[in-house]
Ligand binder design. Structure first.
Ligand code: SF4
Length: 343
C-alpha cells in the first residue's frame, strides 16, 4: 500500500482527507531523504497525526526516544519533539548530528527555571540532592544530581534514600510525587532566603519549584465531573503534569507511553484523555473500536511548531543543529545516566 492510502486508512477519523495527498507527498520526500542522508527520525507522542504515522523510525515518550537516540548508528538524528528532548539526544550521543526541525519548539516548563536558580537552591539547602524532571534544559540538568521522567519520578526520589529532596521544576509533578511518596513539600520561590534560615527545611521533606506545563495545568476536576455525569462509564486518564486534584479524580495517571498502553489494554467503551490533543488523535487512530471523548482541544504550541515542511527543510539544509557546551553536556550526562540506571 502506498503512503497516501496507508495514511488514509489509519487517519480517516482524525485528519480531513483533503489534507492527506499533500502530507503523504511531503512524508514520502522526507523518507527518501532520510535514507539518502543516513538519518533516523524520532517522533514524540505529541506530534501531529500525519507526521506521527508516516516519517518516524521510532515513536514514544521522551525517555524512550532518547534511548533510541543513544543506540542509533545513523549519522543524523532528527528529533521531532521540543528542544529539551533534542538536547537530551545530544547529551547521550554527542558524536551524531542532532537536528530539531524548528528553533521555536521550546517548553513553558523547561523555561521556568535556569541553572542559576538551581545553584541558588543548592546554596539554600546544602547537601540536599536535586532531582530534575527531563523536561528541562541541559544546563539545568547539569546542576542536578539525577533526572527523572513522569513515569519514574517517585522511584527516582525513593532511590535516593534521602531525608530531603529538591524536585524541579514541575510544581504539579512534584506535588503528585510528594503525595505518592508520603512527603511534605514546600515551594521557596524565586528569591530564596539566606542559607542560615533552615526552619522550613526542618519541617519539610521535599522542595519544589513553581514551573508548570501550560497544557496540563488547564485541566480541572470540574471537567472530569462534567464528563462523568454525562458518561458514567468513561475511563479518565490524566498525565502527572496535571494538578494533584485532577490526578486524584482520574482512573489512571502515567507518562504518555503508559497512557498509550493503558488505552490499548483496558476493556472500556470510551475514555477521556487529559493530555495534549494531538496525542489524543494518535491514540484514537490506533484504537478505532473505542470512543475517545473529546473534552477540548489543547494543543501544545511548542510541539505544534514541528511540521512535515520544517522536517523536510531540516534534512535538506541540515538545520537546526543542536550544540552543547562539552562541560555542560558531561555533567548533564551524569544526571541522565543515573536515571537510566534506575530505569
Ligand atoms: S506539553 Fe507541556 S511539558 Fe510538553 S513541551 Fe508542551 S509545554 Fe512543555
Amino acid at each position: 500500500m502506498d503512503l497516501y492510502h496507508q495514511l488514509k486508512s489509519t487517519l480517516k477519523d482524525v485528519v480531513p482527507e483533503c489534507d492527506l495527498p499533500y502530507k503523504a507527498e511531503l512524508a514520502q520526500r522526507i523518507i527518501e531523504l532520510k535514507e539518502e542522508k543516513n538519518a533516523v527520525i524520532l517522533g514524540h507522542n505529541y506530534m501531529e497525526p500525519a507526521l506521527f504515522h508516516s516519517i518516524p523510525d521510532f515513536t514514544g515518550d521522551s525517555l524512550e526516544l532518547c534511548r533510541q537516540a543513544a543506540a542509533t548508528d545513523k549519522d543524523i538524528i532528527v528529533f521531532c519533539g521540543v528542544r529539551f528532548m533534542a538536547e537530551t539526544a545530544k547529551i547521550l550521543n554527542p558524536a551524531k548530528t542532532v537536528l530539531i526541525p524548528s528553533p521555536k519548539a521550546g517548553c513553558s516548563l523547561a523555561e521556568s527555571i535556569t541553572a542559576a536558580d538551581v545553584r541558588a537552591l543548592r546554596e539554600k539547602y546544602p547537601g540536599v540532592p536535586v532531582v530534575t524532571y527531563v523536561n528541562s534544559y541541559a544546563d539545568v540538568k547539569a546542576e542536578s544530581d539525577i533526572c527523572c521522567t513522569s513515569g519514574n519520578a517517585a522511584k527516582v526520589v525513593e532511590s535516593l534514600k534521602a531525608e530531603r529532596v529538591i524536585f524541579l521544576p514541575d510544581e504539579y509533578l512534584a506535588r503528585n510525587v510528594a503525595r505518592e511518596t508520603g512527603r511534605q513539600i514546600i515551594f521557596p520561590g524565586k528569591t530564596p532566603r539566606p542559607a542560615t534560615d533552615t526552619n522550613d527545611l526542618l519541617q519539610y521533606e521535599m522542595v519544589g519549584w513553581h514551573g508548570r506545563c501550560e497544557v496540563h495545568e488547564q485541566f480541572t476536576v470540574r471537567d472530569i465531573e462534567r464528563i462523568r455525569s454525562q458518561l458514567p462509564d468513561v475511563v479518565v486518564l490524566a498525565h502527572p503534569e496535571c494538578s494533584p486534584d485532577v490526578v486524584a479524580a482520574s482512573d489512571f495517571s502515567g507518562s504518555t507511553s503508559a497512557m498509550v498502553r493503558y488505552v490499548r489494554e483496558i476493556d472500556a467503551p470510551r475514555y477521556l484523555l487529559l493530555t495534549e490533543c494531538s496525542m489524543g488523535d494518535n491514540i484514537a487512530a490506533e484504537n478505532p473500536d473505542r470512543e475517545m471523548v473529546r473534552l477540548c482541544s489543547i494543543r501544545c504550541p511548542h510541539m505544534n511548531e514541528i511540521t512535515l515542511e520544517d522536517t523536510l527543510a531540516a534534512l535538506e539544509q541540515t538545520r537546526y543543529v543542536v550544540e552543547l557546551d562539552e562541560d555542560i553536556r558531561m555533567r548533564a550526562l551524569q544526571a541522565v545516566e543515573r536515571m537510566i540506571a534506575i530505569g
